[in-house]
Design a protein around this ligand. Structure first.
Ligand code: AMP
Length: 339
């Protein structure tokens, strides 16, 4: 069992405002008292009993810590320290202050494909490094692709949230059905053994959205979405993709492939002509193509709205839970989105 520091995090860090929240905790800006340096503190509530609905198993937090420690790469968030108290673990992470890539792009008037590709390259670099170490992220989505500093001339991508990541040991068969319906690969839904190719499916979905502002498999309900994913039921709507290059569509088509072993790997993706043009003509076509900014802005606005709606939904569910388990020590203290 991994040992985390038993000190009280508040003796060493001043705890600041909330930067974001995930399923199992919240992330706050923290200032190291000794140096004044800013970090992001991820506060993860630990599950009190094995049948408790709230919090996370300690072993799951250990896995997240082990994975981030194994990944020292410029496009992957770094971990400085880990503290543990009776009820929670606090991960002290590099602070990523440029916000989400999608929000950064949505503020622009226009984005050419070659500018979008600079971001894709960094995502694929980070992912290639991760996959080379036999680690899958398994929760790639726009919320987990951030920028270190959006004011920098060339903002740097940082991949975050390794809460569902898995480090494969040779010969291991790993299954998981967790993920987000829009971005999840068919083999995850089918509860089949997984490999790092599941992340490449998510890259296909993210690229499709980035270029068109449309989500390829989105249905009216999550069930519809999952059904569309299983049937690989998507198309390139001529209007939404009117400004997209044919090599970009080819890139997506080589990722949204049902059989994981037929999908491009991260390394192969970096060599695809959309990312690395082979001919002058491919380069010219790419440089003339742009993302569908009008649709992309709409997609991003809907995404933000949905997120605040989900927060309210979580709060309501918590209130109901609290009423149900009144008197139980597992009852949540307050209606905060910190689960
Ligand atoms: P997570 O549970 O890791 O997905 O984090 C939840 C949210 O906290 C993210 O969606 C981000 O908005 C924010 N966040 C996570 N890690 C960091 C970080 N290192 N720096 C800044 N914000 C972060």
């Amino acid at each position: 069992m991994a040992m985390f520091k038993p000190e009280n995090v508040e003796d060493l860090y001043e705890i600041g405002e909330v930067l974001g929240s995930g399923h199992f905790g919240e992330v706050r800006r923290v200032r190291e008292l000794a140096t004044g340096t800013l970090w992001a503190g991820k506060f993860v509530k630990l599950r009190k009993t094995s049948c408790s609905l709230l919090g996370l198993e300690r072993s799951r937090v250990e896995q997240e810590v082990e994975v981030i420690q194994a990944l020292q790469h410029p496009n992957i968030v770094t971990l400085k320290d880990v503290f543990e108290s009776r009820s929670e673990v606090v991960l002290i992470l590099e602070i990523v202050s440029g916000g989400e890539l999608f929000d950064f792009i949505a503020e622009k008037e226009m984005l050419m494909e070659d500018e979008a590709i600079e971001f894709m390259k960094q995502i694929l670099d980070g992912l290639g490094f991760m996959h080379g170490k036999n680690i899958g992220h398994f929760d790639l989505k726009p919320e987990n692709i951030m920028l270190s500093d959006k004011k920098a001339p060339h903002p740097q991508i940082k991949l975050i949230d390794f809460g569902l990541a898995h480090h494969f040991v040779p010969g291991e068969e790993y299954k998981s059905t967790s993920g987000t319906p829009q971005y999840i690969a068919p083999e995850v839904i089918n509860s089949e053994p997984l490999g790092t190719a599941a992340d490449m499916w998510s890259i296909g979905v993210i690229t499709y959205i980035l270029l068109s502002g449309m989500s390829p498999f989105q249905g009216h309900t999550d069930e519809d979405t999952l059904r569309n994913v299983l049937a690989v039921d998507y198309e390139f709507d001529t209007q939404c993709f009117s400004t997209t290059s044919s090599t970009a569509k080819d890139f997506i088509q080589k990722l949204l492939v049902k059989n994981p072993s037929d999908r491009l790997t991260a390394e192969e993706s970096l060599r695809h002509p959309w990312i690395k043009p082979l001919t002058r003509q491919q380069k010219v076509n790419r440089n003339r193509s742009s993302i569908n900014m009008k649709n992309f802005k709409k997609f991003n606005a809907r995404r933000m709205w949905k997120r605040s709606y989900n927060m309210v939904w979580i709060c309501n569910r918590l209130v109901r839970l609290k009423l149900l388990c009144k008197g139980s020590s597992d009852a949540p203290e307050s209606c905060t989105p910190s689960v």
